[in-house]
Design a protein around this ligand. Structure first.
Ligand code: ADP
Length: 393
């Protein structure tokens, strides 16, 4: 294996998350928040000890790209004499053509920039630090890892919408997201859940963003997110699946414009919209407010219903895997979902569930249930290293 460090980057509109990997080990991780407003950096070493982060007050970065350029010298100081091998980036959209990570070139960036209209809230922010690093350190390899790539194995019947046929060729189709998380889970199944690795599995990525993925033998065959990361399950502030006629109605009746619709569906809906309390699951679980309880009920109902739908796509179910913030930590929610999936043969082991598994179903349960922590950054670090090794051959 090539010795050296890979920097994994995940850029949003106002934040830049970074982790330094040597092999599978995290040397350092942290984030810049409040970019464009009042940026601040927090960082910890691999053991979780807080580090003195660089002070960006002198020249506060206005974009994630500027934040990366401001951070790079500090990150280099923390390499401990090891070479910096590459930057590995999380990029939300790889479009219909990219079914795996790619080494960044100017042509690739043009290709990815053309996908920005498909993910206007994420893609431009993901790409701007790549551009900046390319200009500042042209010799440093960069790898783009896509949230959509893992879902390119989904059969065409499950990728199209029943719109005029030519729409799919224009890119209006189901892409699916959280692919790096699902790929990580698929990669560890042979070790953690050997009985499921070749079987029919629904992975429930339940975090601030939430989706389900149907795995058949470790490959994605169906998923709840679609053209955008708005579809499928209700999320922290996103509505998930709704009748598109609701949007038409609101535009007609309330005069909502594009920005108004976007704000409603992306930021004022989901658990926040239903509860009126919070988008954060911990707040909802701690709340006595009947609407917070109702929001949780809706969430559980929709997840269980989604699992049933994906079990239908799989032609049966051998197991469910829970992951991400809610899936990994909220035992009561896992219990409620498993209860609602008992008709699929899921029998929960309450003691194992309270102890966070990894197996949380009873011995002899027709469909197994597991809790497996996800690790999208590790997936990016591995892909980046593997691609470098491939290109060096
Ligand atoms: P993101 O999509 O931002 O990566 P995460 O996977 O970190 O999100 O998940 C965040 C969600 O997980 C939040 O709704 C948070 O409340 C929830 N969560 C985290 N820890 C717990 C916990 N112990 N119990 C219940 N929910 C939790």
């Amino acid at each position: 294996m090539t010795a050296g460090v890979v920097v994994v980057l995940n850029a949003g509109s106002s934040s830049l998350k970074f982790s330094l990997y040597e092999g599978d080990a995290v040397l350092l991780s942290g984030q810049v928040d409040g970019i464009g407003v009042r940026p601040g950096v927090t960082a910890r070493d691999g053991a979780g000890t807080k580090l003195t982060a660089p002070d960006l007050a002198a020249g506060p970065p206005g974009t994630p790209a500027e934040a990366l350029l401001a951070l790079l010298p500090w990150l280099r100081e923390h390499l401990g004499g090891r070479p910096l091998l590459a930057l590995g980036h999380r990029v939300v959209h790889g479009g219909p053509n990219h079914d795996r990570p790619c080494l960044v070139t100017a042509a690739l960036l043009d290709d990815l920039a053309a996908l920005s209209p498909l993910a206007p809230l994420h893609q431009p922010h993901n790409l701007s630090p790549i551009h900046a690093a390319m200009e500042r350190t042209p010799g440093l390899p960069q790898v783009a890892c896509f949230d959509t790539a893992f879902h390119r194995t989904i059969p065409e019947v499950a990728q199209v919408y029943a719109l005029p046929f030519e729409m799919a060729a224009r890119g209006i189709r189901r892409y699916g997201f959280h692919g790096l998380s699902y790929e990580y889970i698929a990669s560890v199944l042979p070790e953690v859940a050997p009985g499921l690795a070749t079987g029919r599995v629904v992975v429930a990525h339940l975090g601030n963003g939430a989706s389900l993925c149907a795995l058949q033998g470790g490959r994605s065959v169906a998923t709840t997110m679609g053209f955008s990361a708005l579809d499928g399950l209700p999320m922290g502030t996103r509505c998930g699946e709704i009748d598109p006629a609701v949007v038409l109605h609101l535009m007609r009746e309330d005069g909502l414009d594009i920005a108004g619709v976007e704000a409603l569906l992306y930021r004022r809906s989901g658990l926040l919209g239903l509860s009126g309390v919070s988008s954060d699951f911990r707040d909802l679980l701690a709340s006595e407010d009947p609407r917070a309880r109702f929001a949780i009920k809706v969430f559980v109902y929709r997840v269980a219903r989604g699992i049933g739908s994906l079990a239908a796509a799989l032609g049966g179910l051998d197991g469910i895997v829970f992951t991400a913030g809610i899936g990994e930590n909220a035992a009561s929610i896992r219990a409620a979902i498993c209860e609602a999936c008992s008709w699929l043969g899921v029998e929960l082991d309450a003691v194992a569930n309270a102890a966070t598994g990894p197996v949380i179903s009873r011995a002899g349960s027709r469909a197994a249930a597991y809790v497996i922590p996800t690790d999208e950054n590790l997936m990016i670090a591995r892909h980046t290293r593997a691609l470098l090794a491939d290109t060096a051959e």
